[in-house]
Design a protein around this ligand. Structure first.
Ligand code: ADP
Length: 269
């Protein structure tokens, strides 16, 4: 058995090749459950393991002995190239945006890759800000609730400012996330679903805008989005997709994009 592990700040992602099928399988554990991860790995029997990410030492302390390690960004690049090839998406140069706990932005071309920046606004912001506003801490529950929310009474759009007149920029652009203070102040109680949906909108639009600016800087027309923040979070995907297109770039979402780092580690073996 060959196993690639991406031990991130929030989630531990694993990609492994099953001997019978020969295909890659995936598995995720919360980063706080290191011992459960180690138990699961040790029960697999003899396994060649390659690890990337920040929790290598903790895994070793629990008895997992990796054969190899790989720097996180390298692993991610290899994983992305692998998934692009698998899905038949021929891309040479593009912006890669990894929306994990935080967001990192990279430029990849045929022969080079470099990290171009990032933002602390990412999946961790969805978790933390949602908790601060609604008290909800469970990921699945919050993405389900957000899907029923509306941003209309919370976010100020350009068309709200122009009130029927023709705006000089698209009216659907957000002028100010959480900026409809008059509307918010008029409500007795804010709807948790509406707040959650606006939090996801804020993160999605920030991630899309910074990515499109990076694309402009490097003359790239496409942004590939990966990271666990898109797992069962269609609202985030829609916000990122819509805003990336609105700002003039082509978004690509990779199925299993949460596992790029783990796949890159697996490919090292
Ligand atoms: P990292 O590598 O930093 O751990 P990930 O790419 O795994 O980052 O993304 C972490 C984000 O994924 C979280 O901040 C959250 O928004 C989202 N997420 C997806 N599934 C879960 C889950 N089961 N529990 C917590 N967060 C989750």
């Amino acid at each position: 058995m060959k196993l690639g592990i991406d031990a991130g700040g929030t989630l531990i992602k694993m990609a492994y090749i099953e001997e019978e099928s020969g295909s890659i399988q995936y598995r995720t554990f919360p980063a706080s459950h290191i011992e459960a991860v180690a138990d699961w790995i040790l029960k697999l029997g003899p396994a060649e393991v390659c690890v990337t990410g920040g929790k290598v030492k903790q895994l070793e302390a629990c008895g997992v002995q990796p054969l190899a390690g790989i720097v996180e960004f390298e692993a991610t690049y290899h994983g992305v190239r692998y998934l692009l090839k698998e899905t038949g998406t021929p891309l040479e140069s593009f912006i890669l945006t990894n929306v994990g706990t935080g967001t990192s932005i990279h430029y990849l071309s045929e022969h080079t890759h470099r990290r171009v920046g990032g933002t602390g606004v990412g999946g961790g912001t969805i978790m933390g800000l949602s908790y601060a506003l609604t008290g909800l801490a469970d990921y699945e529950e919050l993405v389900r609730s957000a899907a029923n929310g509306s941003r209309e009474g919370i976010d100020l759009k350009v068309r709200h400012i122009y009130e029927g007149a023709e705006p000089p920029i698209p009216g659907e652009l957000t002028a100010s996330n959480f900026g409809r203070l008059n509307m918010l102040a008029a409500l007795d109680k804010l709807s948790p679903s509406d707040l959650l949906s606006s939090v996801i909108g804020l993160v999605g639009e920030t991630v899309a805008t910074t990515s499109v600016l990076a694309a402009g800087q490097f003359g790239a027309g496409t942004v590939v989005f990966i990271g666990s923040s898109f797992i069962r979070n269609d609202l985030l995907k829609e916000a990122v997709e819509g805003y990336t297109k609105l700002r003039g770039a082509a978004p690509v979402f990779l199925e299993n994009g949460a596992y790029c780092g783990a796949i890159g580690a697996l490919l090292q073996l």
